[in-house]
Design a protein around this ligand. Structure first.
Ligand SMILES: [Fe+2]
Length: 289
């Protein structure tokens, strides 16, 4: 089966220089790469956040999945009846094409030449941002349909189903997930069981890429640091079943969640083939054992 590896997330911005500067000032992000109209931001983990300048509405544009061959992936997805968002483009150093998921949200599949090094080769930057890109979230009215799409079409699997009926949030990982070098997740959230913010966002935006999330050892302290740095506050830190969640906005008003990372021990069980984590088996880094 074709391997789809969640690699990065692209955010549309009206002015890439201004947005990148704001990310640097507020989030401590480092610019790993600049390309025409793009800035690739790095935090403590390997997963980049890509700011891309354009005319489209500011916000999360799509998640991008690395494949061995964009051409083969394009054929694979087309044969599965997945609707195409944009045709295969060959830019020399990268080939990519776009498709729509079960909710009509775009995603990209891309490949780079075999001799091209991975964009991110180090997970330990010289200077810590105290933030690690943890997940990108899809908010959908039909969480089961969305999960089924990503499982059956892209081969992702549920590592965490907070509730047995998949209500609320679920975290999916791909086959390359290793909790160290490659550990970005796809979160899928849907009713019933939405909180106030999620219900309001779904009502006004419909199915959408809802938010990005950074994990950090101390979400409350990080929240106050980011707000002091100028990030717009959204929700003050709250204790949430063993975690601490807090919310700010990015320079495009994208909602940004802060949380403690899921413990390595919790994930190790899942990666050994155990059942998905759930409300009762989930622990976070820093929990008393
Ligand atoms: Fe989230």
């Amino acid at each position: 089966m074709m391997q789809y590896t969640l690699d990065h997330v692209v955010i549309a911005v009206p002015d890439v220089r201004a947005s990148a500067s704001a990310y640097q000032a507020q989030f401590g992000s480092r610019i790993r790469l600049r390309a025409p109209g793009e800035a690739w931001l790095q935090h403590d983990g390997p997963a980049p956040l890509v700011l891309r300048e354009g005319d489209e509405a500011p916000g999360i544009r799509y998640a991008a999945y690395r494949v061995d061959s964009a051409h083969a992936a394009c054929d694979d997805l087309t044969s599965k009846g997945v609707r195409r968002a944009w045709d295969l483009a060959d830019q020399g150093y990268v080939q990519h094409c776009g498709f729509y998921d079960a909710d009509g949200l775009p995603f990209q599949v891309f490949s780079t030449p075999a001799d091209e090094p991975r964009t991110w080769t180090t997970s330990r930057p010289a200077m810590s941002t105290a933030l690690r890109f943890h997940h990108v979230n899809i908010l959908t009215p039909d969480v089961r349909r969305a999960i089924q799409f990503y499982e059956q079409v892209l081969g992702l699997w549920v590592a965490l189903a907070y509730q047995p009926d998949f209500s609320g949030f679920n975290l999916l990982i791909d086959r390359a997930f290793d909790d160290h070098e490659h550990n970005i997740m796809l979160e899928i959230t849907g009713p019933p069981g939405l909180d106030e913010r999620e219900a309001a966002y779904l009502a006004t935006h419909g199915p959408c890429y809802d938010h990005i999330c950074f994990s950090t050892a101390d979400p409350a302290a990080t929240y106050h640091r980011l707000v002091d740095n100028g990030a717009p506050p959204l929700y003050e830190p709250v204790d949430y079943y063993g975690n601490v969640l807090a919310w700010v906005e990015d320079p495009q008003r994208v909602h940004v969640e802060l949380m403690k990372p899921i413990s390595t021990e919790s994930l190790a069980g899942v990666l050994r083939g155990g059942p998905p984590l759930c409300f009762t088996t989930l622990t976070y880094e820093g929990d008393a054992s």
